[in-house]
Design a protein around this ligand. Structure first.
Ligand code: ATP
Ligand code: MG
Length: 775
């Protein structure tokens, strides 16, 4: 009964509770932002554990980021009232994929200590292959092919699966061969790329039913967050794990035909062997929960899978995500319970109103209702601000943040969400000047810096001697007089003898094929690595790491470097060693770095969060700043160039994601001039601003930050080339969709009257007036 429900169920609304307590069979929660989908998943896991339905190791739970996985683990612990010992299968698709692949590496032709290559490695590797084919790598850029491979892998396609046209599109029809050569090369390197973390397990499962069966037995419950953004490979992977052949593991496969007959005709034609008990795999029977009635009539006996998502937040189409996956859930999992949540617990009525109104402009959507009880009189409207340029914007945002700070708001509760990562630099610069703490989440970060990548390359070779890419990166770092010719010779020897480059180098160092100087250098290199590899057994890994950087001369190299960056690089190297302390071995550290998606720097410090809109998915903050709402930046030019509806709609979903991250305060900005790739461009306010309902939005009072600009620009329109108003700047881009009520916002702040004749939408004036009355 409800009254003696455990604590973790209290406070859930009836629909949420249904989603938590319907533990058996397939469940889909399809609901808008902030309605508690993630909370439902977390509580559901707690419920499964608390009622003894499964052990932590029998739950497979997929989150979108590593950070989300950590948070979920923590919350489950709080809900269950004890530390959750090991949820080994809670993580991102990638981190779970690594784990699977390490266990069954040999089935993919790898050893379990394989290396995970990053994009940079992949591009270098492909470049070598392209050159080896005698192709011009300028005409056929490696980067482009790396992207093609990534796209194929997102679709779960190996070299034999790709479309003929795709294969022909690259390198005079050599696409397929190159892809094949690439996969073979990865095998010899004992390495894989990110896509392989999913594709290898899929292939392993398909080719080895007994292995798959093992996981069918293991995973009693499967849960997936952000289901709208799964790509085809992830979907295939999930289906393999979630859909079990109807037969019990003891019986062997039931032919599909007969299984269909059962589904269509009921029990009459079904074979005698298919008694209810036999059809139900033993692992389905959990204490006190007999198999559901009628289950045996389904073609597949389906695992207890629960997916949650929001089609309006599908923002990874460009990376191969298929929103269709969520829309056809009930076809994939017949008899699925579909639950909708409509109450938003996150945002104020103004924020929710603005977001709902905006997303309603998309045509291809399911449509949802959302309401909130958070409608308190003091809740402010969504603020829209104008600035002259991005420097001004960063300055004004900084000032707003400081004023929140003076009102006792934590920096941790504030976030700046940008459309493109280049926008970050301006904010970072500004915050450094102001002495405001900030952290960048999910961006190009620490581990991607040159000195860190070099150091990691040393470590990788020590941990895994066949890692030729890493070896090549540092064989001549610091400079030891090993020229291209020598390196080619190492290459050739390695290829001829089918051994790693490190071994080839050792061989060459002992032969007389090389001149004395490079020979001595190689001898030193291989002696070094031999020594370090031995030390790996019995030296603490942080100590070893330090030794490696010392003995290789790498630290000295930067100590002797007179450039301005050198001291910072030395600091970063120190920081790298520090960060290794948290890991028990060099290998687990390397794995962490390969996987890490979100930066953990300054996790304890009170700091403003800066990230892209894409990495903000699922998160929430008291106060959110959304800068750069201009045509060409947001919606992004790429989406506009596409011309079709779908690119623009994905941008709009991204805007919806951005708006719905805010709990209480939401500030949008647009500038009139932006420097893109070094060139100043006049900009037009984003159409998304026009799509916000006036009732929920107000143009911010002219702050001291930019009000002063009004005079210098004569009170003219801030937006060029729109509806004939900005004729003087006719060189600017033409507004493709008519006048915007934001055209004059910048000038309007002066209340000078100079702009009154050019108001595009009188409604906007009304909104202004109302706001003034209210204050
Ligand atoms: P998104 O689509 O952005 O991922 P979501 O649907 O996953 O959102 P959650 O992050 O789970 O939503 O929840 C949003 C906020 O509402 C959280 O702060 C959560 O704790 C709170 N919340 C959810 N359900 C309830 C409830 N029943 N009572 C009180 N607060 C709730
Ligand atoms: Mg969520």
């Amino acid at each position: 009964g409800h009254n003696n429900a455990p604590d973790y169920l209290k406070g859930l609304n009836p629909e949420q509770r249904l989603a938590v307590e319907t533990t058996e069979g397939p469940v889909l929660v399809l609901a808008g932002a902030g309605t508690g989908k993630t909370r439902v998943l977390t509580t559901r896991i707690a419920h499964i554990l608390a009622t003894g339905r499964a052990f932590p190791s029998q739950i497979l739970a997929v989150t979108f980021t590593n950070k989300a996985a950590r948070e979920m683990k923590q919350r489950i612990g709080l809900l269950v009232g004890e530390a959750v010992e090991g949820m080994p299968w809670l993580g991102t698709f990638h981190s779970i994929g690594v784990k699977l692949l390490r266990r069954h590496a040999e089935l993919a032709g790898l050893r379990s200590d394989f290396t995970i290559l990053d994009t940079d490695d992949v591009v270098r590797l492909i470049k070598q292959l392209i050159q080896a084919e005698g192709l011009d790598d300028k005409r056929w850029p490696a980067k482009q092919f790396a992207q093609m491979i990534d796209g194929w892998k997102n679709k779960g396609q190996g070299p034999v699966d790709i479309a003929e046209g795709d294969a022909r599109a690259f390198a005079n029809g050599k696409g397929r061969e190159l892809y094949k050569a690439y996969q073979e090369r990865l095998k010899t390197l004992n390495a894989c790329d990110f896509g392989d973390l999913l594709c290898h397990p899929i292939r392993i499962f398909r080719a080895n039913p007994d292995v798959l069966k093992e996981y069918h037995k293991r995973f009693k419950y499967i849960l997936v967050d952000e289901y709208q953004d799964t790509n085809t490979a992830q979907y295939m992977w999930l289906r393999l794990l979630a859909q079990r052949p109807q037969s019990s593991p003891l019986e062997g496969e039931v032919p599909a035909k007969r299984a269909e007959g059962v589904a269509a005709g009921g029990t009459a034609q079904s074979s005698n062997a298919s008694s209810t008990a036999a059809r139900t795999p033993p692992d389905r029977a959990s204490p006190g929960h007999p198999p559901l009635k009628g289950e045996g009539n389904q073609r597949h006996s389906t695992v207890n899978i629960c997916c949650v998502g929001d089609d309006d937040q599908s923002i990874y189409g460009w990376r191969g995500a298929e929103v269709d996956n969520i829309l056809r859930f009930d076809k994939d999992f017949p008899g699925a319970t579909i639950i909708r949540l409509e109450r938003n617990y996150r945002s104020t009525a103004h924020i929710l109103g603005a977001a709902s109104h905006l997303i309603a402009h998309n045509e291809g959507r399911f449509g949802k209702t959302l309401f909130t009880d958070r409608d308190e009189p003091e809740d402010g409207k969504v603020h829209v601000h104008a600035a002259w340029d991005s420097e001004e914007e960063a300055r004004a945002v900084g000032e707003t943040i400081e004023s929140y700070q003076r009102q006792q708001h934590n920096l941790n509760d504030m976030a700046i969400l940008v459309r493109a990562s280049f926008q970050m630099r301006e904010f970072e610069d500004r915050f450094v000047t102001l002495g405001l703490n900030y952290r960048v989440i999910g961006g190009p970060r620490f581990y991607e810096r040159l000195e860190i990548r070099d150091a990691m390359a040393f470590f990788r070779v020590v941990a895994q001697g066949a890692d030729d890419l890493a070896f090549e990166r540092i064989v001549n770092v610091p400079k030891r007089g090993l020229g291209e010719a020598t390196i080619r010779q190492i290459h050739d020897t390695a290829r001829a003898l089918r051994i790693p480059m490190l071994e080839a180098a050792a061989k060459l160092a002992e032969s007389d094929e090389l001149k004395p100087k490079p020979r001595a250098a190689l001898r030193e290199v291989s002696a070094n690595f031999e020594r370090w590899q031995k030390a790996l057994e019995n030296t603490p890994h942080t100590e070893l790491a330090e030794t490696i950087l010392e003995e290789s001369g790498y630290t000295d190299m930067w100590k002797n470097d007179r450039s301005v960056e050198a001291p910072g690089r030395l600091e970063n190297l120190k920081e790298l060693i520090r960060s290794m302390e948290e890991y028990e071995s060099l290998r687990s550290f390397l794995e962490h770095v390969a996987l890490v998606m979100d930066s953990e720097q300054n996790a304890e410090l009170d700091a403003v969060n800066i990230m892209t809109l894409h990495s903000a998915k699922g998160l929430e903050f008291e106060t959110v700043f959304l800068p750069g709402w201009e045509e060409g930046l947001f919606p992004h030019q790429r989406a506009l160039d596409e011309g079709g509806r779908s690119g623009l709609e994905e941008e709009r979903r991204l805007a919806y994601v951005g708006l719905t991250r805010a709990k209480k305060n939401l500030h949008l900005w647009f500038v009139s001039n932006r420097r893109i790739h070094g060139l100043w461009q006049s900009t037009i306010p984003s159409r998304f601003l026009d799509e916000l309902p006036e009732a929920h939005v107000e143009v911010a009072e002219s702050g001291n930050s930019y009000g002063g600009y009004g005079n210098s620009y004569g009170g003219g329109s801030f937006a060029p080339g729109r509806g004939g108003q900005g004729g003087s700047q006719g060189a600017g881009r033409q507004n493709p969709y008519g006048a915007s009520r934001f055209d004059n916002v910048g000038a309007g702040n002066e209340k000078s009257g100079a702009f009154s004749n050019s108001y595009a939408t009188p409604g906007w004036q009304r909104a202004q007036a109302n706001r003034t009355e209210a204050t």
